[in-house]
Structure formats: structure tokens, C-alpha cells
Design a protein around this ligand. Structure first.
Ligand SMILES: Nc1ncnc2c1ncn2[C@@H]1O[C@H](COP(=O)(O)OP(=O)(O)OP(=O)(O)O)[C@@H](O)[C@H]1O
Length: 305
């Protein structure tokens, strides 16, 4: 009869059906977690699952307003995560399509540890200093550095930070030894980078390598510069336009552990966040530039009139 209220009681078959449904969703989620395999990302996915469960419970308890809010939250979070983890989704779907889903259960290349990245840099600096090989390194810290601040962005490398790679780059016979190396997290992004020089008057001992380190750190707050002097082998660290020198390698390690560790962890644990934020910032910048160009062209056409 159409006038009868709907029966909200769960039938056994409905219960079995729902359990199967939930079981399959959990299995799919588990496979996704294996595909993602990063600690902070796992927390985010777990957070989403908790919100989803809360939405289901609020629906069962007929808390209409709460359920409405939670459903919208789940939808928004799911869309955001699809954007953030597009790489992981692609990997998951690729493995599924190729019938290689078992690969998810095999170990992934371990993310580089913060300490090991700093150790590699400090070991390289120590040897460069002992051999009196000049070196200049820009290290991104708490946010990404806009490459346009460099006078010349050098040669792209995108290699894992290692003592051997850093030492090789700065050998005087290599084509890349002139200029700075740019390090983001555990990656050497580029070499042969030309930095803007500082206008500050410095000690006569300090030439353009040190002025370049001061110049970039004056302009960019979220970076550090390590300098190894070719003349004296002394180690310096530049931050916000100020040189801390001379440093021992153990002091350098201590300073890097205080300042550099966060970024390395961020890049190795949740690389997708970095990519997403850079993409969004790039899009906003392009949009603003377009608006400025449109604004100035419409102004000039009005002027002509
Ligand atoms: N603007 C710059 N950006 C990046 N690297 C630079 C820049 N200017 C100079 N360099 C690097 O510094 C080297 C020259 O160092 P210079 O001798 O002038 O400096 P310094 O501060 O006295 O260092 P050192 O103590 O090693 O001699 C260049 O060969 C080049 O590799």
C-alpha cells in the first residue's frame, strides 16, 4: 500500500548484502593503501575512512543535518584526494589493468631518511673542504623556491642526493662545477645555477661565491646556502643574507638538522602535496599575469581612442 510508512528494519539478506559491500570497499581501500604506501598519506586515507563511517552512522541515526555536512565533506575530500594522489591512482589502475596487482604486496623503494640526506651532504662538504674544492649549494627549506629568482636556472638533473654526486659535480674539470647546485628535499634538482649577487660590502676575503650565497638568501627566506671556499677550504652557511662561518662539519650538520629536516621529510613522505601546491601556485600566477596583460591591453586601447 502506498500509504504505509517504509519499513526501516534490516532484513538478514540486507545485512549480508551490506556486510559484503563494506567488506569489498575495505578490500579496495586496503589495496589503495598498499599502492600509496606513504605514512602521512595513509593517515589522510584513514581520516577519510573515519569521516565516511561517521556519515554512515549519522544516516542510520537519522541525524539529518550532521549527515548532510558529513556527506559533503566526504565528497569534497574524495575529489581533493583524487587530485592529490593522481600518481598513486594511476599506478593502482595500471597494475590492475596489467593484472599485476600482486606487485602491490612487494616492497617499494624505501623513502630516503632525513638523516641520511643530511649525512650525504655533510660528508660531501667535509671532503670538498679537505680537498679545497670550491662548492655552492642552495637548499630549499620550508616552502618551494621559485626558480625565477635565479639569474640562470642551470642544467636540470633531478638526481638523488649523494656524497658521490655532489663531489663529482664540483670537480673543477666538470662542465657543471661553475655555479650552484639546487637541492629540494632528497633530490638535486639542478646544477650550474647562477645566483643573484648581494650588494652588501663584505670582507675582502670573500669573493663572488660567497656574495652569491648571500644574494640568494637575502631574496629568498626559505632557503639556505652552503659554501665551501676553494681558497681556504672553509665551510659557511648563509641564511637570510647572513654568513655563519667558519663552520666545522659537525656544526654544519647540527644547523642542517635544525633547519633542513622538515623539508626532506615532507618531500619523501608526501611528495604529492608539494606537486599540488606548486601546480596551484603556478596556475594562480598565470591567471594573475593574464589579467594584468588583459588590463594593460584594454588600457592602451582606451588610450588610443
Ligand atoms: N652568481 C653566481 N652564482 C653562482 N655561482 C657563482 C656566482 N658567482 C661566482 N660563482 C662561483 O664562484 C666561483 C668564483 O668564486 P670566487 O673565487 O670569486 O669566490 P669566493 O667567494 O672568493 O670563493 P673561494 O673562497 O672559493 O675563492 C665561480 O667559479 C663560480 O663557480
Amino acid at each position: 500500500m502506498s500509504g504505509e510508512p517504509p519499513d526501516h528494519r534490516w532484513m538478514p539478506s540486507e545485512l549480508i548484502h551490506n556486510s559484503l559491500d563494506i567488506g569489498l570497499v575495505l578490500l579496495l581501500t586496503y589495496l589503495m593503501l598498499l599502492a600509496i604506501g606513504e605514512r602521512r598519506t595513509l593517515w589522510m586515507v584513514r581520516g577519510l575512512i573515519i569521516v565516511m563511517l561517521a556519515a554512515v552512522i549519522s544516516e542510520k541515526l537519522q541525524l539529518t543535518l550532521l549527515n548532510f555536512v558529513l556527506e559533503k565533506l566526504v565528497l569534497g575530500a574524495a575529489v581533493a584526494m583524487a587530485v592529490i594522489f593522481q600518481g598513486e591512482f594511476r599506478r593502482f589502475l595500471e597494475l590492475l589493468g596489467r593484472g599485476q596487482i600482486l606487485k602491490l604486496f612487494q616492497g617499494r623503494r624505501p623513502a630516503p631518511k632525513v638523516d641520511s640526506v643530511i649525512d650525504e651532504i655533510v660528508d660531501a662538504v667535509k671532503e670538498l673542504s679537505q680537498n679545497r674544492t670550491g662548492a655552492l649549494m642552495v637548499l630549499e627549506t620550508f616552502a618551494s623556491v621559485d626558480g625565477r629568482v635565479f639569474v640562470n636556472s642551470g642544467v636540470p638533473l633531478d638526481g638523488e642526493v649523494s656524497k658521490e654526486l655532489i663531489q663529482t659535480i664540483f670537480q673543477p674539470k666538470t662542465l657543471l662545477h661553475d655555479g650552484a647546485v639546487f637541492i629540494r628535499g632528497s633530490r638535486i634538482i639542478s646544477a650550474g645555477v647562477i645566483l643573484p649577487l648581494s650588494e652588501q660590502t663584505t670582507s675582502r676575503q670573500l669573493g663572488t661565491r660567497h656574495r652569491a650565497a648571500m644574494g640568494i638568501t637575502e631574496r629568498v627566506d626559505n632557503c639556505l646556502c652552503i659554501i665551501v671556499s676553494e681558497e681556504t677550504g672553509s665551510i659557511s652557511l648563509a641564511e637570510r643574507g647572513v654568513l655563519d662561518r667558519p663552520l666545522t662539519s659537525s656544526k654544519l650538520k647540527e644547523l642542517l638538522e635544525q633547519r633542513f629536516s622538515l623539508l626532506v621529510e615532507r618531500e619523501s613522505v608526501a611528495p604529492a602535496w608539494g606537486v599540488l601546491s606548486r601546480t596551484i601556485r603556478g596556475k594562480v600566477r598565470n591567471l594573475l599575469q593574464k589579467r594584468t596583460v588583459n588590463g594593460s591591453s584594454s588600457n592602451s586601447s582606451e588610450d588610443k581612442k
